[in-house]
Design a protein around this ligand. Structure first.
Ligand SMILES: Cc1ncc(COP(=O)(O)O)c(C=O)c1O
Length: 396
């Protein structure tokens, strides 16, 4: 019997990142195969902070095991508010302006559903984090893409301005950026802010990598003049506290917007895991040193990986933030007789057991991504060393 699935669900395909991970795991499960390294999906392979885990365990023992308040436990909302004041310089009202959700992923979906109607347009930079397209499609919106150009991933101001019109309801920005590592500078942020105000559009900002900045400065869109009232700031636990599996994220937005977000969120997921919210609240009180150490740790990994990739023949674009490196690998495609990014990514899994992400998965019009491969470096030193051994074996 033919199965009729929704048109919306047919408008996007399975995450390429997860597909690469699956191919990688298939290979790993074959008998006699030397273990490989997965640098496709961005999750750390080292432990989350012990005191955060202890706090969550204590919460379970204390029987915090039922639904939390749908928009987030009070302790976590208070902690988000205090941390935001400390790092971003504004203090959102924990009672009215903060919503806790199941990761930045649900946060983005809830934000888009809360402010966008079918037929509205949403401006998205490309290369993009692959969820933004489906988020726009699921809400019935039309994504308008604006290119970030390598090597520094700048945008053309005229192109961005041309993407805005009377139908523009929102722009999604992600700084520090996945996959490029770009940290949007003040001039760029102000230019975006100007367009949002001119066209009365929302700015939904994904700041999940806010504490991983190696050069430049992380600017919170909500702090620019005239922007608080139209900005939805999203962040979460996954990256800063190395706990992608806890599924905790949050949204900060003025009261009326938060109200709409909270309704959507309630019917999407009811709420994030209650005891883990307590663990998260504990982690959010860590001293500044925690964040400095995190950033320093990742800077060392970035430098290691940059050197290795260059040595292995990739043209690597140095990231200013986040934990990915975009590369142009076209010379290597030629060398190994591979036609494009997808065939080369599969070839690397088959030949040396190294999983990466084909660049085209970050572009709507696949062409500019066809020469590119993305690596993540949020791994233990020994994992990166193993990746080095594999990569240097590529030619042999
Ligand atoms: C830009 C960006 N936003 C959101 C997410 C997902 O965050 P979460 O685990 O909080 O859903 C990721 C994960 O890779 C990401 O790169």
């Amino acid at each position: 019997m033919p199965v009729r699935t929704s048109q919306k669900s047919q408008l996007f395909s399975e995450s390429v990142i997860r597909e690469m991970t699956r191919l990688f795991l298939d290979r790993e499960s074959q008998p006699g195969v030397a273990p490989g390294v997965n640098l496709a999906q961005g999750f750390p392979d080292f432990a989350a902070p012990a005191s955060m885990k202890d706090a969550a365990c204590r919460a379970i023992e204390a029987d915090i095991n039922q639904y939390a308040i749908t928009w987030g436990s009070k302790t976590l909302r208070n902690a988000i508010s205090a941390k935001t004041e400390h790092f971003a310089g504004f203090r959102p009202d924990p009672e009215r302006e903060i919503t806790v959700a199941c990761g930045a992923t649900e946060s983005m979906m809830a934000a888009v559903l809360a402010v966008v109607d079918p037929g509205d347009e949403v401006v998205v930079f490309e290369p993009f984090y692959e969820n933004y397209g489906p988020d726009a499609i699921l809400s019935g919106a039309v994504p308008r893409h604006v290119t970030l150009y390598e090597p520094d991933w700048h945008f053309d101001q005229a192109e961005l301005a041309a993407a805005f019109n009377d139908k523009t309801q929102a722009i999604i920005i992600n700084t520090p950026n996945n996959p490029t590592g770009k940290v949007f500078n003040r001039e760029e942020m102000e230019f975006i802010a100007g367009l949002c105000q001119k066209f009365d559009a929302f700015c939904i900002t994904d700041e999940i990598y806010e504490h991983m900045v190696y050069s430049g400065e992380h600017i919170h869109m909500a702090t620019l003049p005239g922007m608080y009232e139209r900005t939805i700031t999203i962040s979460g636990l996954s990256k800063t506290y190395s706990a992608t599996g806890w599924r905790i994220g949050w949204l900060i937005a003025p009261y009326e917007i938060s109200n709409a977000i909270r309704k959507v969120h309630d019917f999407l997921t009811v709420g994030a895991a209650a005891p883990l919210q307590e663990g998260a609240a504990f982690a959010l009180t860590y001293p500044d040193e925690y964040y400095t150490n995190l950033s320093n740790l990742y800077r060392v990994k970035r430098d290691y990986m940059m050197e290795l990739l260059r040595e292995a023949g990739f043209h690597a674009y140095e990231p200013q933030g986040a934990y990915y490196i975009m590369t142009d690998a076209s010379d290597l495609f030629k060398k190994f007789d591979q036609s494009d990014d997808v065939s080369f990514a599969r070839f690397m899994i088959d030949r040396i057991g190294l999983a990466t992400v084909p660049g085209s998965s970050f572009y709507r019009d696949k062409e500019p991504g066809r020469t590119k491969i993305r690596f993540c470096f949020c791994k233990k030193p020994e994992t990166l060393e193993r990746a080095r051994d594999l990569l240097l074996r590529l030619g042999n």
